[in-house]
Design a binder for this molecule. Structure first.
Ligand SMILES: *Cc1c(COP(=O)(O)O)cnc(C)c1O
Length: 373
């Protein structure tokens, strides 16, 4: 670097927040000597329930565990089919397979990237036990599934791992189904280092969840069923509580950042900015644009060269990943394939300064999209 030259640090695609408050909370618990699931977990569950209309909340060690337990607690297992989108993180389908059920892949709505209600309806068969929509990128998956699940006597399980605080017509995600799961992985809208939360309106299901996460015990050595150890530590919960208190502000900042990107990227031929369903409150876990498939990877390289992080979530639809290729062999999912080929997520996290967002916009604008006709 030439002396006196302006240094422009890389604008990262994501930046987990581990601030002084989080560190103090963790240290406070460590110093107490009581670090396993205890009062911090109980308080975190209580506080999180305010986000989901007061539903029962059960904290676990990861979002994948939350998804797994939500299915297990509803009695979904071997012989059952669960309808899932293929355009998601593999954890969604992994959880279905891990309880012994079979994921059935259905296509997405090309606008919102979330499971399409009509496609899900068409995938219902005699073995279907549940529908598992994903609030992808922080966009609520849709209320259409409540009625659909009820009409067919199916469970509705929400994968809200990317959508803490998102809502549809004012109703928060996590409050639609018989169970919902959230993730507290570091890059999610809020984190607990690692962690997850299962949400349910049913006290009996909540009790089963508590048993399943802890070896089937409510009282020590009084095991009632075969369970796992998926407990959250009090250290993680203490960090989660700090983050939860900041979630609303961070989500506001994400929306403000998205609005700035929307305005800055408006009118670039070849760039399609995020589309919201009517009534959707988006929390922009990702800000994902669609660009021509044949220029997507070149745009990513160009942005990297300009000091701007970007990422493709998800380049390979789950039904074509090796573990699911056999199950998914017959799936015809044109909107999923199109999205996988065209999406690129740009930085939108709440730590970005206005100047960072300007740099993101300028970097996209300086890219040669070529002949788009
Ligand atoms: C992150 C994520 C998960 C899994 O959460 P972990 O905490 O990483 O186990 C599940 N589903 C989706 C859609 C996710 O983005």
């Amino acid at each position: 670097m030439v002396s006196g030259e302006q240094t422009n640090p890389f604008v990262p695609a994501a930046r987990p927040v581990i601030g002084e408050e989080e560190i103090e909370a963790a240290v406070r618990v460590l110093r107490s000597g009581m670090v396993v699931q205890g009062p911090e977990v109980a308080a975190f569950e209580q506080e999180f329930s305010a986000l989901v209309e007061g539903r029962h909340c059960v904290a676990v060690n990861a979002g994948t565990s939350a998804l797994l337990l939500s299915l297990a607690a509803l009695g979904i297992g071997a012989g059952d089919e669960v309808i899932v989108p293929s355009f998601t993180f593999a954890a969604t389908a992994n959880a279905v397979s891990l309880v012994g059920a079979t994921p059935v892949f259905a296509d997405i709505d090309p606008d919102t990237f979330c499971l399409d209600a009509e496609a899900a309806a068409a995938a219902i068969g005699p073995r279907t036990a549940a529908i598992l929509p994903v609030d992808l990128y922080g966009h609520p998956a849709g209320a259409g599934f409540v009625e659909l699940a009820e009409r067919h006597g199916l469970a509705l399980v929400e994968d809200a791992a990317q959508a803490h605080g998102a809502a549809l017509h004012g109703r928060p995600v996590g409050a639609f189904g018989q169970a919902a799961s959230f993730s507290f992985y570091p890059t999610k809208n809020m984190h607990a280092l690692e962690g997850g939360m299962v949400v349910t309106p049913d006290a009996e299901v909540a009790r089963k969840l508590r048993l399943l996460r802890n070896q089937g015990m409510e009282r020590r050595y009084a095991n009632e069923l075969v369970g796992y150890n998926l407990r959250m530590t009090d250290v993680a919960a203490a960090i989660g509580r700090v983050q939860l208190a900041k979630l609303a502000g961070w989500n506001e900042q994400r929306r403000a950042n998205a609005a700035k990107l929307d305005a800055g990227l408006d009118g670039i031929p070849g760039v399609l900015t995020p589309v919201l369903a009517p009534g959707a409150t988006h929390v922009y876990h990702q800000y994902t644009v669609r660009v021509p498939a044949e220029r997507r990877d070149a745009l990513h390289e160009h942005l990297t060269g300009q000091g701007v992080g970007s990422a493709v979530y998800y380049p390979t639809p789950v039904h074509r990943l090796p573990p699911f290729a056999e199950i998914g062999a017959g799936a015809v999912l044109p909107a999923t394939e199109d999205a996988a080929a065209r999406v690129l997520s740009l930085p939108v996290h709440p730590s970005l300064a206005d100047a960072d967002l300007d740099r993101v916009v300028a970097a996209v604008r300086s890219f040669d999209f070529g002949d788009l006709r």
